[in-house]
Design a protein around this ligand. Sequence first.
Ligand SMILES: Nc1nc2c(ncn2[C@@H]2O[C@H](COP(=O)(O)OP(=O)(O)OP(=O)(O)O)[C@@H](O)[C@H]2O)c(=O)[nH]1
Ligand SMILES: [Mg+2]
Length: 272
Amino acid sequence: MSSVLRSAVSGQDPLIPGNYRPISSHLAIAPPVSVVIPAMNEAENLPYVFKTLPDWIHEVVLVDGNSTDNTVAVARELWPEVKVVGQQGRGKGDALITGFEACTGDIIVMVDADGSADGQEIVSYVSALVSGADFAKGSRFANGGGTSDMTPIRKLGNRVLCAIVNAKFGARYTDLCYGYNAFWRHCLDDIDLDCTGFEVETLMNIRVVKAGLKVQEIPSHEYLRIHGASNLRAVRDGLRVLKVILEERSNRRALRRRPHAVALDSGQGELS
Ligand SMILES: Nc1nc2c(ncn2[C@@H]2O[C@H](COP(=O)(O)OP(=O)(O)OP(=O)(O)O)[C@@H](O)[C@H]2O)c(=O)[nH]1
Ligand SMILES: [Mg+2]
């Protein structure tokens, strides 16, 4: 997306210095950044999550999954301007779809609420996007990334599923089922999300490669969930991911290609 188009979308003139947001000592950006946080009973973890979020963020959208603890109250206390949206359905995918609709920024970042994601990494994602990527895809297995949270069985499952996606869709991903990603708002038109559960990241990763978008992997470290129990069940959700992969493969009509898709990208190859 050109800077002219970007500024038209954001309603800001990037040539006016005041419209740039200083995001580090060496970098300033014009586009507003929305952070979407799906949260179901994460009150105890939110203080750790919000503590790492940079203050130059345009808005935080928290999607509450009908929490029975005081997730919403804690979020409002920690970040008074937080936009809280409730979800009608169930599941992380449903929550993210709801959250994306509520965002007003040009760039959207997905951050889990369990304390596993470090908000300080957002600058890396945003840097990749303003440098030309459409979709900045977090990876725990790219050089510089890591995880303290995955069991051996989850690592194996993620690796196998990632290999299948790479083989079937011509991607060169090093990670598949990871919740820390960022993208320009226009990607939502191509992704056209229609899922409810933990298969959501896989569906996004497949649809961006099918749409020929420029994907760049960002090395990321996943920390251990701080409090509470995981909502993910490895076998059940692994099978849901596999089902999505097979469905997306059989739906070949959606396969599209843009000639410039491979040139700028470090995370995907040509569609097979
Ligand atoms: N709003 C909403 N959020 C959800 C729902 N299911 C999961 N989440 C959130 O999605 C994020 C990821 O869920 P986790 O349970 O941590 O899943 P995971 O990261 O795969 O599992 P762990 O590695 O054990 O942390 C967390 O912030 C959850 O609170 C849901 O149905 N609704
Ligand atoms: Mg988690």
